[in-house]
Write a protein that binds this ligand. Sequence first.
Ligand code: BG6
Ligand code: MG
Length: 233
Amino acid sequence: MLHTLQACIFDMDGIIVDTAEAHYQSWKKIAYSWGFEFSRAANQPLKGASRMHSLELLLEMLGVEKTNAEKEVICALKNDYYLASISELTKADVLPGVLNLLQELRSQSIKTALGSASRNAKRILQILELDHLFDAQVDGNDVHEGKPNPEVFQLAAARLHIAPERCLVIEDAAKGITAAKRAGMHTVGVGNPEELKGADLVLSTLEDMPWKSICTLLDKEGTETQAEREKLH
Ligand code: BG6
Ligand code: MG
């Protein structure tokens, strides 16, 4: 693995910075204004989904109907809540391990890309002062279909001129892992192994996780999975 990977594509919300929580809190506020509770567990399917898709999932879950015009207004309101809640974001909010990993990748000539569903992602990378560390940036403004469609990652790989099978995607959402798998890429999930079952490897954090360790663990997982498969036959 160490010798075959040529690019690493990072999801943003929940990987580079903990804005996944701000997305959740903003939807929770919307649901509350309609008289509903909205738990963290119920929020899981919204992770990685585009803004409009998230709203549609929420409406379905709550059994509420809205017109297309109303949905546009709700999405704008949700984004206002979201932007207000991240208005004090600074580079100190970059999650542990991310900066080291990005710098290490660049020093080893491994290409780096952003692959985010968020239409705010490029602006947030600038606020975090990380934008210069990415060779390509693809966000929700660049794609027609959101995750779990593979488009965001396919476009990132195309912009890097790297074949999908040479790319590793780092994601915190099940929808993102599915998208990366559909693109034919390797995957590392960061978070709860139960939620990220489809990933090649699941880590609890990127802290103290240099590139070499990630590749070693991916190789180990691959060997164990192969051994499991052989045992079953
Ligand atoms: C993803 C988040 O990264 O971006 C989702 O995981 C969010 O929760 C999506 O809905 C779209 O974000 P934005 O910033 O365009 O509303
Ligand atoms: Mg995410």
